[in-house]
Every structure is written in structure tokens, then in C-alpha cells.
Write a protein that binds this ligand. Structure first.
Ligand code: BTN
Length: 256
């Protein structure tokens, strides 16, 4: 269990805005690798990314004005790799809180997508990077703010934006402080209480709960109904024959 005081101490630094960069996550990683410049809570955001990266080697289309593209650095002092694996779930909940405050109810697709209506509204890429000073976590987040037809094509799945629901337009620079506040609140609980502190809320928003799904994992394909999440954040499936299986990592998760 993490140190109970750790959560209360976490806060983001004032975000640094760039007009254009290849990838905000690559930028933080470079800085950390080159000079160890990695203060806890460092936030780098960009109006445009020329080589935005998604999970599984995919790209993340990052057109100016369409979305919020930012990354942050977290020093995971005292946390194990297994514990670190659940940080994206705290981030997904933070984004869901931000969207709920604007009247948009979301589902969290295990392990780290945020869905609204029929599409994906936010993607999260969590990476570790190590130099001689130690290992840090770089979390990159893309939140679709204003509809842009290129986004869905690029991520090969339906995409939606906040503006699809509210019919307003959003300025990423104005939105970022609210998103960071919502994230920080969830991350503090996660740091103080571990995954246990966010598990119930994540399950309440869990996409596919009690629904039949197919999961492609590094070890093969599993089918079953989603039964919830285990204490380490693993996805629990109930197979048709009544047995259960815990899934720890996933290449694809889809309805059957
Ligand atoms: C995914 O769903 O595949 C994760 C997408 C993460 C995209 C964000 S945008 C800001 C940050 N910089 C990147 O290059 N990727 C992340």
C-alpha cells in the first residue's frame, strides 16, 4: 500500500504550452533522458503534434484545435510496476469526471480508454522511462474536444468529441486547467490508497460490464462476460463454462 501522505502532496506544475512538437510524451522522455529534467507533475501540452503516438504503435492525429494533447511526468517513488499499471485508470476516471461536469457521461473501457456515446473521446498512453537517477512515468493524454473527421479514421475506431454532445467549441488552453484539476483529484486518491481507492468508481463506469466480450491477449484469445476488476486492476472474465479468468494485458477488447 502506498504511503498515505503521498497523495496529498501531488500537484501538477503550471503547464508548458508548445505550438508544435512531434509528441508531448516524446518531448518529456527526451528531457528526462538527456538531462534528468523531470520534476514531479511536469506538464507539457501542444497545440499540434506532428507525430502523436497512441498505444500499440498506432499514431494519434493531433490537428490544432481538435483536441487537447498533453503529457505529464510522475515520479513513482515506492510504487511497484504492477501498481503503476493502474495509473491510467485513475486518469480515465479524472477525464470522466471532467466530462461529467459538462453533462457528458462516459464509460471507461479497460484498461485506459474513455468512451462517450458510440465512440472514443480520450486515449491514454502510459510509459516508463529510466535514466541513472531512476524511473519515472510519462502519461500522455489526448482528449477530443471539437469534431474532426480525421481523428476517427486515424484511430481505426469511431471517435467522438466533447463538442458533439454540447455543440460548443472549446479552446484547449482554456480547458486544460479543468482537466488537470480533475486528474489531480483522482491521482491523489490513487497515490494515497492505491487501486483500491478508485476501483469502485471505475467499475461503476466500466464499459461492457456483464456483457459478452472477446479479449485478445499476448497469451491468446479469451471470451466471456466481464465480471469486474480484481484488486490489482486486472479484468475478470466469466467464461461460458462457469470458470473465471483474470486478464492482465490486452491487445484488443471487443463485444461478441
Ligand atoms: C491511445 O488511445 O492509443 C493513446 C493515445 C494517446 C495520445 C496522447 S496525445 C498527447 C500524448 N502525446 C502522444 O504522442 N500521445 C499522447
Amino acid at each position: 500500500m502506498p504511503d498515505a501522505g503521498a497523495g496529498a502532496m501531488f500537484s501538477f506544475l503550471p503547464p508548458e504550452w508548445l505550438v508544435a512538437i512531434d509528441s508531448t510524451s516524446s518531448e518529456i522522455k527526451r528531457r528526462y533522458l538527456e538531462g534528468g529534467d523531470g520534476p514531479n507533475g511536469l506538464v507539457v501540452a501542444a497545440e499540434r503534434q506532428t507525430a502523436g503516438r497512441g498505444r500499440m504503435g498506432r499514431s494519434w492525429v493531433s490537428q490544432p484545435g481538435a483536441g487537447l494533447f498533453f503529457s505529464f511526468l510522475l515520479r513513482p517513488d515506492g510504487l511497484t510496476l504492477q501498481q503503476l499499471g493502474t495509473l491510467p485508470m485513475a486518469c480515465a476516471l479524472g477525464v470522466a469526471d471532467f466530462l461529467a461536469a459538462r453533462g457528458v457521461e462516459c464509460q471507461c473501457k479497460w484498461p485506459n480508454d474513455v468512451l462517450a456515446g458510440a465512440g472514443k473521446i480520450c486515449g491514454i498512453l502510459s510509459e516508463t522511462v529510466a535514466n541513472s537517477a531512476g524511473r519515472v512515468l510519462v502519461v500522455g493524454m489526448g482528449v477530443n474536444l471539437n469534431p474532426d473527421p480525421r481523428v476517427g479514421q486515424a484511430i481505426e475506431q469511431a471517435a467522438v468529441a466533447l463538442g458533439d454532445f454540447t455543440e460548443e467549441r472549446y479552446d484547449p488552453r482554456e480547458v486544460l486547467p479543468d482537466v488537470l484539476n480533475a486528474l489531480a483529484a483522482r491521482i491523489r486518491v490513487w497515490l494515497a490508497e492505491g487501486f483500491d481507492g478508485i476501483r469502485r468508481d471505475f467499475v461503476a463506469r466500466l464499459w461492457g460490464m456483464e456483457q459478452p466480450v472477446r479479449v485478445r491477449t499476448p497469451k491468446g484469445t479469451e471470451e466471456g462476460q466481464i465480471a469486474g476488476l480484481g484488486s490489482d486492476g486486472e479484468l475478470l472474465l466469466r467464461r461460458a463454462d462457469g470458470t473465471s479468468v483474470a486478464v492482465h494485458s490486452v491487445a484488443a477488447l471487443e463485444p461478441v
